[in-house]
Ligand binder design. Structure first.
Ligand code: PSV
Ligand code: MN
Ligand code: MN
Length: 427
């Protein structure tokens, strides 16, 4: 952990320039009248995006993995890493757990560590996409959709056990992502696979405490490449509607075929009051897990435009959305990537807050396509970096989180402590 004096010293070389830029942008925004700099900074400071435990180590592909060293070997070390991110940017106050990778051995110690760092558990995520050594039945041909009742029962029990761990640690969100599907035409009966999944989910839903949310995530392909049982938001939505009000759809940005209009999906789900969670990552082709906003920053802005629009519309009755980064970094230092992803997320959010919403609504009503698009571009093209930096600073963080992380030589320190060959538990 860094002391506040240390953070203050790290910021010192950047302060004068930052204050000049922030004051200048404040004047520009005052002239535009859509939103004030202070108001946007306040919103940015409130916005928190959870870090998944599995993004803290280097990912890989089926061709290889190149660990960067000093990766967290335990839940305690994962929490330590997230605590540092939160210190640097004030925007990462929660960690998501994947069971069984993150089963807590000492619940009291975990709770104590979280409290000391101002963190909490965002959600528990079940894992029925891999076989574990002590497991009686294999998930090779599916889990909740399996043709074998014993496999389905085992998968249901695992999900219920996840909820139990979550209760011990104080979260109220359980996320289900299924790898179930098929690789060959004819392999799986589509309707029956859906029906079995629905029944299995209903059994898990029955065990869900009344103040919990169950998030149902969809994905069009991978690991199955002919069909997935929950391939799209329509299937997720239908499942959630059949389960009850506590079931919500989870949108993962990488889980769409190229050129899908994700912002429209976001708007639709909010209209139905069923947008429950969000997994951020960047995508060129599919579930690439690249840095959020690195490839399509305009798309990320348009997604936030929908979120802001819905948040400001009293007729929208969507519950609070659980935001998380879901990525697996192959090349960069994962902690640097998470800082960059969060920065890009806050940048997109800030720009969306700057949209002149009454003018946009009027242009839409008048079918003035050129003006409507210009109003979006006008907000998107504003350089909002001083607003994001000011949010970090007001939260006690670093004006430039990645630079600060490098300046203190954090990765080298982790390698010294944990070892060059320390590999994170998880993916
Ligand atoms: C699957 O691709 C996914 O996006 C799900 O959210 C999983 O829980 C996560 O990645 C980790 O495998
Ligand atoms: Mn995901
Ligand atoms: Mn994914």
């Amino acid at each position: 952990m860094l002391s506040s004096q240390h953070l203050h010293d790290l910021n010192a070389p950047f302060v004068a320039n930052h204050e000049f830029q922030y004051a200048h942008l404040g004047e520009v925004l005052d002239q535009r009248e859509a939103a004030s700099a202070a108001g946007v900074v306040e919103e940015l400071r409130r916005f928190q995006v959870a870090i998944p435990s599995w993004a803290l180590g280097t990912g890989g592909t089926r061709f290889g993995r190149f660990p960067g060293g000093g990766e967290p070997r335990s839940l305690a070390e994962k929490i330590t890493d997230v605590a540092l991110l939160h210190q640097l940017n004030g925007s990462s106050n929660a960690i998501s757990l994947h069971i069984p990778w993150d089963i807590p051995t000492d619940v009291a110690a975990v709770q104590q560590q979280l409290a000391a760092a101002g963190l909490h558990i965002d959600s528990v995520n079940s894992n029925t996409f891999q076989d574990q050594s002590a497991q009686a039945h294999s998930y090779k041909f599916g889990s909740l959709a399996s043709t074998e009742a014993a496999v389905r029962a085992q998968a249901v029990q695992h999900n219920i056990a996840c909820i139990g761990y979550g209760q011990q640690l104080g979260t109220k969100v359980h996320t289900v992502w299924l790898a179930d599907g098929s690789n060959f035409p004819g392999q799986q009966h589509f309707r029956r696979a859906y029906q079995r999944t629905q029944e299995s989910l209903a059994a898990i839903y029955e065990a869900l405490p009344s103040d919990w949310t169950m998030l149902v995530e969809y994905k069009p392909y991978e690991p199955n490449f002919y069909s997935m049982v929950i391939p799209d938001w329509g299937t997720s939505l239908a499942l959630c509607q059949s389960l009850g009000r506590q079931a919500q759809v989870l949108v993962d940005l990488g889980h769409h075929l190229p050129n899908t209009n994700i912002e429209q999906i976001v708007g639709r789900l909010q209209h139905f009051g069923r947008l429950g969670g969000f997994h951020f990552n960047g995508s060129m082709y599919g579930d690439d897990d690249l840095t959020t906003g690195s490839i399509k920053p305009f798309q990320l802005f348009l997604i936030f435009n929908e979120l802001v629009d819905s948040a400001q519309d009293a007729t929208v009755r969507n519950p609070a959305v659980a935001y998380m980064i879901d990525a697996s970094h192959n090349t960069k230092d994962p902690l640097e990537d998470l800082l960059q992803s969060t920065d890009n997320i806050l940048t997109a959010y800030a720009k969306a807050l700057l949209v002149d919403r009454p003018a946009l609504a009027a242009a839409q009503e008048a079918n003035d396509a050129a003006l409507a698009e210009d109003l979006l571009r006008d907000a998107f093209l504003i350089d909002v970096r001083p607003l994001v930096a000011e949010a970090y600073r007001q939260s006690g963080g670093a004006l430039r989180p990645v630079a600060a992380y490098r300046q203190v030589g954090h990765r080298a320190g982790l390698i010294d402590q944990r070892g060059r060959l320390a590999v994170a538990t998880g993916l």
